[in-house]
Design a protein around this ligand. Structure first.
Ligand code: ADP
Length: 571
């Protein structure tokens, strides 16, 4: 027996606000092109949901359309009647003409179309209109830069907020992104309610997949539950797309296909600003960084015990590039069983006005649907950098504000952990680095000798290298002072390449020595970065033993070494 599908929450919200007389106009946003249930897109679903209503669709591209020809007839009769009221001659002319109402050509142009729809909405009949791509009718711009046509559209749509309150009619404006429509439509005084059409959650995806299997006989190489788990962040349309591709290839749906498609979809839907990664390794793949692992294991324990208040909302990892910040954040996601979303600030900044904020807003909507989630924000210092830069028109402060708002949502504690990374802590804003936002600041320094031994060991293991007995990792570690984890990885790869070229099955001391000769550590200013990182650290017990002396000095509020040097003109 098929399970009765439950009504999506956002539909219930519209229904409730409509019947309670709170609003007659709604601005539905975000996942708007998706199926609401298993088969109906938003316009079709709403047309069925509001039984007995005359349903009118409109968008700039298709013009005025109807789910049924009989509705067009009704609409034409309704508006014609009003249009010609008080003009008996014209009425008679229409009466004499042979043209059926169904054949009347309706205007496509927004101004005329909205005028006719307005008449229908206010005709005293029950009318539902769904206006697609609302942002193309009323783009988000200053009043002064709106064209006169856009201004008229805005006035028309805004007027519905109040005018429809006395009617039984309902208008649904639809847009992919709330920040794209003019702010007057979003103002509380507009009487227009914004309602988010979210991405499907795990159970919705699961039941959609079950329905697809039943309807299309889809073959899977993984269980439906795994399929549902792996498609977090995707819409039902995307899931269907994966199934169709598998069918086209005459192959069952498999894990690799999902991962590949998911990466492409997220990239294109979110303008390249973020990436969903399936973390494959836990802490065993991270050499050293014991103090970070310790904090992360504490987080795991807090979550297991339900001690949500102790779980940090944000953790900042400070240190030079290539020291394993991304790696350990991914490992945390793996051990917690959280999703992992990586987000690069430089890609979101510097877009044209409005686009950055739009991408950021969409990013946060995606993030909510992916919880439990680790959000990894790389190049966090970029926010400070671009704030200093001219020509930013306040984009980075608005992005920063959006970030703070997101982080201050208390219900996200324990569900979303943000891990920020930077190598320029001196550029960070004090407003973000404070408890409740970023609760912990940890340094991720260049590895010492013992840590390098560990990194060599895990890297060789991860690459399944056969190690010759003459390879003494301690000696190698001693010879690679100043190398970061990323550089050690390059060394190991290089050594393995040399071994393969020579036809050797094992990686020997000679191969590694050659790699050290060939690859120089490229990280500059390590000392400066290390000291700047220490200056930021939140808890002394989370500072590696060897640096604690410096931490005490920093705590005495000495002038930060990096700043002092810069003032003196030292690079
Ligand atoms: P960061 O985020 O600090 O710039 P990454 O985490 O991206 O550095 O490191 C790049 C790569 O270098 C990793 O994918 C990993 O292969 C290697 N690496 C860096 N640090 C470590 C480490 N501590 N242990 C093992 N591998 C490491």
């Amino acid at each position: 027996m098929t399970k009765k599908q439950s009504i999506p929450r956002f539909i219930e919200e519209i229904q409730h606000k409509f019947t309670a007389g709170i609003a007659n106009v709604f601005l539905v946003h975000f996942n708007i092109a998706d199926y609401v249930d298993h088969a109906n897109t938003l316009p079709d679903y709403l047309a069925k949901w509001f039984k007995g209503y005359l349903v009118i669709f409109y968008d700039r591209n298709k013009g005025i359309t109807f789910p049924l020809p009989s509705m067009k007839k009704k609409f034409v009769e309704l508006v014609m009647k009003q249009e010609l009221e008080g003009d008996p001659l014209a009425q008679a002319a229409i009466g004499e003409s042979q043209q059926k109402p169904e054949d009347v050509e309706l205007p496509r142009d927004p101004q005329d179309a909205l005028r006719l729809i307005d008449m229908a909405l206010k005709s005293g009949q029950k009318v539902l209109t769904i206006i697609g791509y609302a942002e193309t009718l009323t783009p988000n711009a200053d009043m002064a830069s709106l064209s006169s046509e856009d201004r008229n559209n805005l006035v028309a749509l805004c007027s519905w907020g109040r005018d429809l309150m006395d009617t039984e009619s309902i208008a649904i404006l639809v847009t992919g992104s709330l920040t794209d429509v003019h702010q007057a439509l979003r103002a509380a005084s507009s009487k227009i309610e914004a309602v988010e059409f979210p991405l499907p959650d795990f159970s919705e995806r699961g039941s959609f997949i079950e329905a697809l299997i039943k309807a299309r006989g889809v073959k899977l190489n993984l269980s439906p539950t795994e399929f549902a788990a792996k498609t977090a962040g995707l819409s039902k349309v995307h899931i269907e797309d994966i199934v169709l591709r598998a069918e086209e290839m005459k192959a069952p749906v498999c894990s690799d296909l999902i991962t590949e498609r998911k990466a492409d979809i997220i990239k294109s839907e979110y303008a390249d600003v973020c990436e969903i990664v399936d973390p494959t390794y836990g802490f065993e793949a991270v050499g050293g960084l014991e103090h970070v692992k310790e904090l992360f294991l504490d987080i795991m324990e807090f979550l297991e015990k339900g001690l949500i208040d102790l779980t940090p909302k944000g953790v900042l990892l400070v240190g030079p590039p290539g020291t394993g910040k991304t790696l350990i954040a991914q490992a945390l996601a793996k051990v917690l069983g959280f999703n992992f979303l990586s987000f690069t600030l430089s890609k979101i900044l510097g877009k044209y006005v409005g686009e950055s904020e739009r991408n950021m807003a969409r990013f946060f909507l995606l993030a909510r649907t992916l919880a439990p989630l680790i959000i990894f924000v790389d190049e966090f210092d970029q926010l400070g950098l671009s704030r200093e830069a001219s020509g930013d028109s306040g984009v980075s402060s608005r992005i920063f504000q959006q970030l703070l708002t997101f982080m201050s949502e208390s219900e996200l504690r324990g569900k979303v952990i943000m891990v920020f990374a930077t190598n320029r802590p001196d550029l960070l804003d004090a407003a973000i680095v404070r408890p409740g936002r970023i609760d912990k600041v940890l340094m991720v320094g260049v590895p010492d000798e013992a840590e390098r031994v560990e990194i060599f060991r895990v890297q060789l293991e991860a690459k399944r290298a056969k190690v010759a007995p003459d390879l003494d990792l301690k000696k190698i570690a001693r010879a690679t002072e100043g190398y970061t984890g990323a550089e050690i990885e390059r060394l190991v790869t290089k050594a393995m390449e040399t071994a393969t070229k020579e036809g050797s099955e094992e990686v020997t001391k000679k191969h590694v020595t050659h790699a050290i000769w060939a690859i120089n550590p490229s990280t500059k200013n390590i000392e400066e970065m290390t000291l700047a990182a220490l200056k930021m650290c939140s808890d002394k017990d989370l500072v590696p033993e060897k640096y604690r002396e410096y931490f005490d000095k920093a705590a005495k509020k000495e002038e930060p070494i990096v700043t002092a040097k810069r003032r003196r003109g030292v690079k």
